[in-house]
Design a binder for this molecule. Structure first.
Ligand code: ADP
Length: 690
């Protein structure tokens, strides 16, 4: 066998140097192809003339499962194995026997460099070399591990290049995909992280059953005054939550795996981390998070603080509640009408005054004017244009006045009203009307007028009464002097001062004397009454024993009692000091004892007795006389009141005595009462303060 040494011309195999061993062996596709290939017109020449080194190498690479190509000779004639044929794509089988720079024109320069290097004894090695190949007629970016080494020919010099081509495109692309996926994941994580940190919400992650903070975003940190949270269980990190039910909710979420949604939950929180606990309201979610095992291993806290909103709403609610209290309790009726005069609000007072409930008003769908101002007391219909509500709206002004409204039952009622046009910004939104029912006020005014006229009448009567009293005083004074003179002259005649009188004359004189006595008695009563009623009347009080006064009165009346064979019995006369005007009180008792005598039959008894009561002394004058009916006891203390009884015609009386008895006793702060029964006698009880 003749070996061609010139590796610049590997095809120059001498016909005579046929290598009997140049047998391409193997059953593979490439073995078949190489064997059947017409090498005659190829620079390599007929196959059986191939040098042994070429044949051996071809047989070697055909056995390899790794893609291997040989570039033989200076033209780099390509011979390759089955694995390479797969790599070559549609270029296969054209590549077989072609020059490498023609077979792979798109990487001709690369291969020229390979050839130049390796055929001069060098080796080349590329890991993941990227090349663009058109193996399937379309440009294709491929990556390969390329190892080039020389194939020594029989001369011991490089006769060709052995190229092991391991395509790494799939791996590279997988790596690229993975890198891309990792980049995307990283970007996603970064995005999530920035979402988390930039989120305008409170976000924290708690891990494990003790709820250890593993994450808290800036807003959360700000809420807790930048306290150190990470790595701490919540009970340690935020002790102020103790007793607020928060830990318990977290425990429950962790245990059950059920999320918790809190709405406007009040939480007391240490906002500066130094113990300044403040109230706050939060909407939040505690969402359980699960580990790889599927078990709950933590809780995501997501929330927003709504303190300002809750406080603002509470303030609005408080104001609304206060407004409601005010309008509910206002005694003034408040109504609001819209621009169509339809009522949009009525307080309870307005309902009460108008007789309509707000519900009824809304149901009736009528203007307020049609409801409460539709008729006048004279039956006429007040036109809408005259309605103050209408005027307020049409003139956009305030109206104040009085009017008469009508209730659903047709009854009229006077009202005072203020109707005030209301606007929001520049827009008219209706009228607010305040109404006050004047019925009671009008009644009160009438009552006041009545009282004024009564007072005026009374004053006139007082003036008249005074004139009458003055007249009585004047008349009694004027009457007493001549009556007293008459008495004196009768006495003179009776004492036979001028000449002895006949018995009959004496009898007439006695009648004249008695008449004069009665006259004087009445004049005296009138004088006492005038004195007591006089505005300048004053008591002259001293401490005296009431017993002495009673005894004096009884003694003064003794002659009169004897004339009627009446006895006076004084009992229980226990010494009792009272501060009184002695003369006036005596006068009172004289009158009471005198009455007891006057209105009793001859021979009867009069009892006077004392009784002490707490801070009063009670003096009773009791007789066995004709008595007084129940009805008459009510009037006997009035001026000029005489009550007819079986003895009244026989006794002198003015009807004034009991009047001034009562007056004198009252001026002493005491009382006088009577209890009596017809024909059984009477008791007059005087009580005086001790
Ligand atoms: P008079 O001067 O008429 O006695 P009084 O004011 O003293 O006036 O009494 C008013 C009337 O009360 C008497 O007219 C008499 O009818 C009645 N009255 C007063 N005291 C008694 C009495 N002790 N018993 C019955 N009637 C009496």
């Amino acid at each position: 066998m003749k070996q061609v040494r010139n590796n610049q011309n590997t095809s120059a195999l001498a016909d005579t140097d046929v290598n009997p061993n140049s047998v391409i062996i193997g059953n593979g596709e490439m073995a078949d192809l190489i064997r059947s290939f017409d090498w005659t017109h190829n620079p390599l020449g007929p196959i059986d003339a191939w040098p042994q080194s070429l044949v051996t190498t071809v047989n070697t690479i055909l056995q390899s499962p790794v893609p291997i190509v040989m570039l033989w000779g200076s033209d780099g004639i390509m011979l390759y194995n089955d694995a390479y044929s797969v790599f070559a794509g549609l270029r296969h089988p054209r590549l077989l026997g072609s020059k490498v720079v023609e077979g792979w024109p798109e990487v001709a320069d690369f291969n020229r460099n390979v050839m130049a290097t390796v055929l001069t004894g060098g080796t080349l090695s590329y890991a993941d070399q990227q090349l663009t190949l058109y193996r399937n007629d379309v440009p294709e970016e491929v990556w390969m591990d390329l190892n080039y080494s020389p194939i020594m020919d029989e001369s011991g010099r490089p006769g060709g290049v052995l190229a092991i081509v391991v395509e790494t495109t799939q791996r590279i692309q997988a790596e690229k995909r993975q890198k891309k996926a990792e980049d995307a994941l990283r970007a996603e994580r970064a995005r999530l992280h920035s979402l988390f940190t930039d989120a305008p919400a409170l976000i924290a992650l708690l891990h494990g059953p003790d709820h250890v903070f593993t994450l808290a975003n800036p807003i959360y940190m700000q809420l807790v005054g930048q306290r150190v949270l990470i790595g701490k269980p919540i009970r340690e990190a935020m002790p102020e939550l103790e007793g607020q039910g928060i830990y318990e909710i977290l425990d429950n979420v962790y245990r059950t795996g059920e999320p918790y949604f809190g709405s406007e939950v009040p939480v007391k929180i240490d906002r500066d981390g130094k113990g300044d606990i403040q109230d706050g309201y939060f909407n939040f979610v505690y969402k359980p998070s699960c580990g790889e095992s599927g078990e709950v291993d933590g809780i995501l806290v997501h929330g927003v603080e709504v303190t300002d909103q809750v406080n603002a709403r509470k303030r609005v609610e408080e104001i609304a509640a206060l407004n409601k209290i005010i309008t509910d309790n206002a005694t003034t009726g408040l109504l609001i009408v819209d621009n169509n005069f339809h009522c949009t609000f009525m307080n309870p007072a307005a309902e009460q005054i108008t007789g309509y409930t707000f519900k009824q008003v809304k149901k009736l769908r009528k203007s307020l004017h049609q409801l409460i101002h539709n008729t006048r007391p004279d039956g006429s219909y007040p036109p809408e244009s005259e309605c103050p509500i209408y005027k307020t709206l049409s003139k956009k002004t305030t109206m104040v006045g009085e009017d008469i409204f009508v209730r659903p039952d047709g009854s009229f009622y006077p009202v005072a009203f203020v109707a005030n046009h209301i606007r929001q910004g520049n827009t008219s939104i209706g009228t607010v009307i305040e109404i006050r029912d004047l019925t009671e006020e009008k009644k009160a005014q009438e009552e006041q007028q009545r009282l004024i006229s009564i007072t005026n009448q009374r004053n006139e009567l007082l003036v008249l009464n005074k004139a009458k009293d003055d007249f009585i005083a004047m008349a009694s004074h004027q009457l007493r002097t001549p009556a007293t003179a008459v008495k004196q002259y009768i006495s003179l005649l009776q004492s036979n001062f001028s000449a002895p009188l006949l018995p009959e004359q004496m009898q007439y004189l006695q009648i004249a004397f008695d008449s004069n006595e009665r006259q004087l008695k009445i004049i005296n009563d009138l004088l006492i009454t005038a004195r007591i009623d006089a505005s300048r009347y004053v008591l002259s009080k001293n401490k005296v024993d009431i017993v002495d006064i009673i005894k004096e009165a009884a003694s003064d009346l003794q002659p009169a009692l004897e004339l009627k064979s009446q006895k006076i019995l004084l009992s229980d006369m226990k010494r009792t000091e009272v501060l009184i005007d002695k003369n006036e009180i005596k006068l009172a008792f004289v009158n009471l004892i005198e009455n007891a005598s006057k209105y009793s039959h001859p021979g009867s008894e009069i009892k006077v007795y004392l009784g002490n009561e707490k801070d009063k002394v009670a003096i009773t004058v009791e007789d066995q006389g004709v008595g007084i009916s129940k009805a008459d006891t009510l009037k006997i203390f009035d001026k000029f009141t005489r009550v007819d009884n079986e003895l009244s015609d026989t006794v002198t009386g003015s009807g004034l005595g009991l009047y001034w008895v009562k007056r004198i006793v009252q001026l002493h702060g005491g009382t006088v009462r009577v209890s009596s029964e017809i024909n059984k006698g009477s008791k007059f009880i005087v009580r005086l303060p001790i």
